[in-house]
Design a protein around this ligand. Structure first.
Ligand SMILES: [Zn+2]
Length: 248
């Protein structure tokens, strides 16, 4: 089931990427702030130019030569960290050969990649950016966010956004997801902006509460799903007040 979930996510994303590529839209590097950029190949890859190294968060589908893009800004060593192990975040890993990730998602990372463990409370300090690692199991067991307390933002992967958030299969767990969002909400005084890998680029901190509220409505059976055909199979979308979930 884990493989099936990854495969469906991959195919869905790949379909989007293909249609974009047909239109000839090579993803651009976009500046958010000083030393803070992203590339969007239908899964955003954020990178930060530090004073000691460059931190790349996620590697997308691997359609872009990420090191070459980063080299336009810095020659410092590049460190890669994954928000989680889904296929649309690990596609460019072979360009680097190693990454930091939460151990619980190691099984999703291809063999041959040197996997370095990250856990709750770890800190990644690249000089001018300092990131706290917060584990938020639920979307995947090894999902993490990176919190930059001084600048008051998080890089949230896929876990906080309007969705649909892919919660089907046995990889995603709603109870753990709700508990993790409650945990993340306790950091809200340090969060002004949430950067997401999909859909809208950024959200306000209230989106953590929205994720909790709508996930609770889903769990309580209070959202009537609508069905649509995805890759030849009927699947359910649960559209809450602010956040929608794609679930079995
Ligand atoms: Zn994703």
């Amino acid at each position: 089931m884990k493989k099936l979930t990854s495969l469906i996510a991959c195919l869905l994303m790949a379909a989007s990427v293909c249609s974009a590529q047909e239109k000839g839209s090579e993803p651009k590097t976009i500046k958010i702030d000083s030393n803070f950029y992203y590339i969007d190949d239908f899964s955003r890859q954020f990178f930060f130019i530090g004073t000691e190294k460059v931190l790349l968060v996620d590697t997308g589908f691997g359609k872009v030569d990420l090191a070459e893009r980063i080299r336009e800004y810095s020659d410092l060593p590049i460190e890669v960290v994954l928000t989680h192990g889904h296929v649309d975040h690990i596609g460019g890993l072979n360009q680097f050969g190693e990454c930091y990730a939460n151990e619980k998602d190691f099984s999703m990372i291809p063999e041959g990649i040197n996997k370095k463990p990250l856990k709750d409370g770890d800190i990644i300090d690249i000089g001018n950016f300092v990131f706290d690692i917060i584990e938020i199991p639920g979307y995947t067991e090894g999902s993490i966010v990176l919190l930059e307390k001084n600048r008051k933002f998080i890089i949230a992967g896929d876990s906080v956004q309007e969705g649909p958030i892919f919660m089907f299969g046995d990889v995603s767990k709603f109870d753990a997801y709700i508990a993790s969002m409650e945990k993340l909400d306790r950091y809200k005084k340090n969060i002004k902006t949430i950067y997401s890998a999909h859909n809208t680029l950024s959200y306000g901190p209230e989106y953590i509460k929205y994720c909790i509220e709508d996930a609770r409505l889903f769990k309580a059976g209070k959202i009537v799903p609508f069905e649509s055909e995805v890759m030849g199979k009927m699947r359910k979308t649960y559209k809450g007040k602010h956040v929608s979930f794609f679930a079995d």
